[in-house]
Design a protein. Sequence first.
Length: 405
Amino acid sequence: MRVLISAYACAPGRSSEPGVGWHTALQAARYHDVWVVTRANNRTAIEQAASLDLPSTLRFVYYDLPPAALRLKRLPYGNHVYYHYWQIGALSLVRQLHKEVNFDIGHHVTFARYWSPSFLAHLDIPFVWGPVGGGESSPLPLLNELNARSRFEEHLRVYARLLGEKAPSVRATARSSWLALATTRETAARLQLLGAKRVDVRPAIGLSDFEVRELARQSTEIESRPLFLSVGRLLGWKGFSLGIRSFARAAIKEAQYVIVGGGPELNHLKRLARELGVENQVRFLGRQPREVVVGLLARATALVHPSFHDSGGFVCLEAMASRRPVLCLATGGPAALVTSDCGILIEPLSRSSVIDDMAQAMRRLASDTVLTHRLASRALDRVLQHFTWERIGQELLYLYQEASP
């Protein structure tokens, strides 16, 4: 089939949104003729990758707003404003392209947020929207863990999301979709309220077969000295303070808690570790290259990922492929990736219960080697069964065939 993909963010060798756009396009091109509409600033990276033997079925169409529009990005939430006008500006280009090619199906991939519109809603072809996320909110019982600024930012995020839901273009996108894919059950509920006729929960992220093999190959036996690892930007909603409080509550002698990443919460987290008396057991490594993170995953007892509202959770997949269990909250993207067969999920019923339950989980993982090894082995199996890009590509094949028989 002839497939049109909207991927504002799309670049090889990247994680997050650009990686999602890139890998989804590659997988679709395994089975179909694919045209990808993306930003012109992705051209250099894409053309360098094209020289390495991309499939002939994959074509890129570049569009950007006039250079003066880049000033929009300097405004608060300027990226969102720029993206909105990019969607509007790309529509005339896409309509002309549709006249020339006569597409069978359209698929919006990035940006992967449910409260922004897609120009594909205006074409007379079956339209797959997503997977999109963003419908997740910080659990109310945990808001007191945040400082005043972080709480304000969380409220502002919810307001911006609700404002987006009111936009006629967003509602039209939902109603026009043949299928709306959500990364989490929370986003699925928002899509249904917007009027999407058919909603399914699917991951937006994956790992290649090669990446899974390499991560599994580098993993070692879980060390006798417990090592807990957290990776991510040091932001309030990432929940690292809960991780430190839980680690202190667990009181595991000889255990270490390593936190990788940088951000505005660093000084607060260091101070918290001192106040709780675990400053000698908690190490802050700052930002590290991927090979360092992979090496730490290969040695860790478990990944601790107490994020309040991730839509995805890429590091969770890397940990699972490294045969490491994941300890996370039962919310958002991690809850869609991790099951009780390969990790421990904590219900965010209250701040105190989360700390108690996470501490208990750390003690179990540190002391019960049979449990830890069982979870670790099943973690890799789950990635292979559900979260490789090749597997996601096969699912896309079936979806496209169903949408345009």
